[in-house]
Design a protein around this ligand. Structure first.
Ligand code: NAD
Length: 455
């Protein structure tokens, strides 16, 4: 079946109203959960083939978040999808007002390779919970995982509800020629712009989950040991191939050396035995990314790391110091296990440096000083972030996850994902028995005075 045929069959199915009952949505989500549980072994194997990643890390970063989203949606769909009463303004009394959540229709979800399970399935879960049908196009770069996901979903679901198309640029461009009711894209900023343009031609609403350079600001009063521990974990998880990984550290000059030493200690604790225990490391996804990252390492600026294994596509966690904003590594998102550290004297200068760059997807502040933390949070615009931690904010599905400016448009996770895939229809309901006469012509001064008093 061609993509056109499948989309047409999904639209027909959607218009039949079968996706709307909560019971139907619950059934699909439970089916998905069961299918994932039954096939976990194949998912672990596929992720291992794509990234050399351990079961522990695959469960922690992919499956646990996916299951949490399914469980939450199952628990909350009835509440989320129910009509909500709201207040009515005086001019419309004695009317009643309510909001009706309704699904959008046929949705296209385009996934990225770095967390190929959750970045494909979490938006899919939200779309199904909201009563839509879904065409999923996972990334061709994480080919083993995408292939297993395709097999699972296309076996378990009829194509009228969920269908997966594998493919790269050409296949995605073909899909973008078709009219969808929503496009949800996760990926890079340049491709995000292409998706936005293609969607505009059809007036299709989009959510764009993109990337950028996310800073961590470390102030002199921070607990530097804990700061380093949390920064090292968040940065080198998945070998730094995380959209919200700390891209660079801005540290107050007086504690630069101390922080560098703490980062080194933490790397040695969390990532020992690079040569003898390579399975504890995550691989760089492909040769071209490996080359790109190795070319970003200025050997004169290595504080720790810099070594690699080309055959296994492993790069040891690397800290670069004496970095400034003009260095090549400060141009684009790093998306790998390299962490540049820039020292600053003036916080305002550091903030203006961030504010003169595209708005980051994430920002992290490490400090015990409430006033300074508040000052930073109020004076820098970014997608989301954490105080005294890194990346963990995205695991809290009560928080909307998304970017701002070039780091993204819209958000998802939990109820925010349900909202992303819903339209909220606003309804005013009036009785027949009352109608204020003053709104009707002929307009008189007396009526105007009444109107002014009332409004
Ligand atoms: P990418 O933009 O190269 O690819 C993403 C998807 O777009 C893939 O499915 C791919 O097949 C498709 N695609 C690629 N080129 C295309 C084109 N010319 N036309 C149409 N479709 C095309 O991104 P990636 O390399 O898979 O992922 C890395 C980027 O994604 C990083 O910038 C990272 O920060 C970002 N990211 C963001 C989030 C988030 O939640 N905000 C999560 C993960 C990754």
């Amino acid at each position: 079946m061609t993509p056109q045929n499948i989309v047409a069959s999904q639209r027909e199915f959607f218009l039949s109203g079968q996706t709307k009952p909560v019971k139907f949505r619950l059934k699909q989500l439970k089916k998905l959960k069961e299918a994932l549980q039954l096939n976990e072994k194949y998912l672990y194997e596929a992720i291992y083939k794509d990234f050399g990643k351990s079961e522990f890390e695959t469960y922690a970063t992919e499956l646990s978040m996916t299951y949490a989203e399914i469980n939450l949606a199952i628990k909350k769909i009835s509440k989320w999808s129910a009509n909500k009463k709201t207040k009515t303004n005086i001019a419309n009394l004695p009317g009643k007002s309510f909001i009706v959540p309704e699904p959008l229709g046929v949705c296209l979800v385009i996934g990225a390779w770095n967390y190929p399970i959750q970045l494909s399935l979490i938006p899919l879960i939200s779309a199904i919970a909201a009563g839509n049908t879904v065409i999923l196009k996972p990334s061709e770069i994480s080919k083993n995982t995408s292939s297993v996901l395709t097999k699972i979903l296309n076996r378990v679901f009829i194509p009228e509800i969920i269908h997966v198309f594998e493919g790269g640029i050409k296949e995605t461009q073909e899909l973008l020629e078709i009219k969808f009711d929503k496009i949800f894209f996760t990926g890079s900023v340049p491709v995000g712009k292409l998706i936005y343009q293609a969607a505009a031609k059809q007036m299709t609403p989009v959510t764009l989950e993109l990337g950028g350079k996310s800073p961590a600001i470390v102030l002199k009063d921070a607990n530097l040991k804990m700061t380093a521990k949390r920064l090292v974990w968040g940065k080198f998880l998945n070998a730094g191939q995380t959209c919200v990984a700390t891209d660079y550290i801005l540290v107050e000059k007086s504690v630069e050396e101390k922080l560098l030493n703490e980062l080194k200690t933490q790397i040695e604790i969390q990532f020992p035995n690079f040569d003898t225990l390579p399975e504890n490391y995550v691989q760089i996804i492909n040769d071209s990314n490996f080359e790109r990252l190795m070319n970003l390492i200025d050997k004169t600026k290595i504080f720790i790391g810099g070594n690699s294994d080309k055959e296994k596509r492993l790069i040891y966690p690397t800290i670069l110091h004496k970095i400034n904003f003009n260095d090549t590594i400060m141009k684009d998102e790093i998306f790998g296990p390299l962490l540049p550290v820039i020292a600053f004297d003036s916080l305002d200068d550091a903030l203006s440096k961030i504010n003169n760059k595209p708005k980051p997807l994430a920002l992290y502040v490490f400090s015990k000083n409430k006033k300074i933390v508040e000052y930073i949070l109020n004076n820098v615009s970014f997608g989301g972030g954490a105080v005294n931690d890194s990346i963990m904010h995205l695991t809290n599905h009560h928080l909307p996850f998304g970017g701002i400016g070039t780091s993204g448009i819209g958000n998802y996770h939990g109820y925010h994902g349900f909202k992303t895939f819903s339209h909220f229809k606003s309804i005013l309901k009036k009785p027949f028995w009352f109608e204020p006469p003053m709104k009707y012509a002929p307009y008189t001064l007396k009526k105007l005075n009444w109107l002014k008093r009332l409004m």
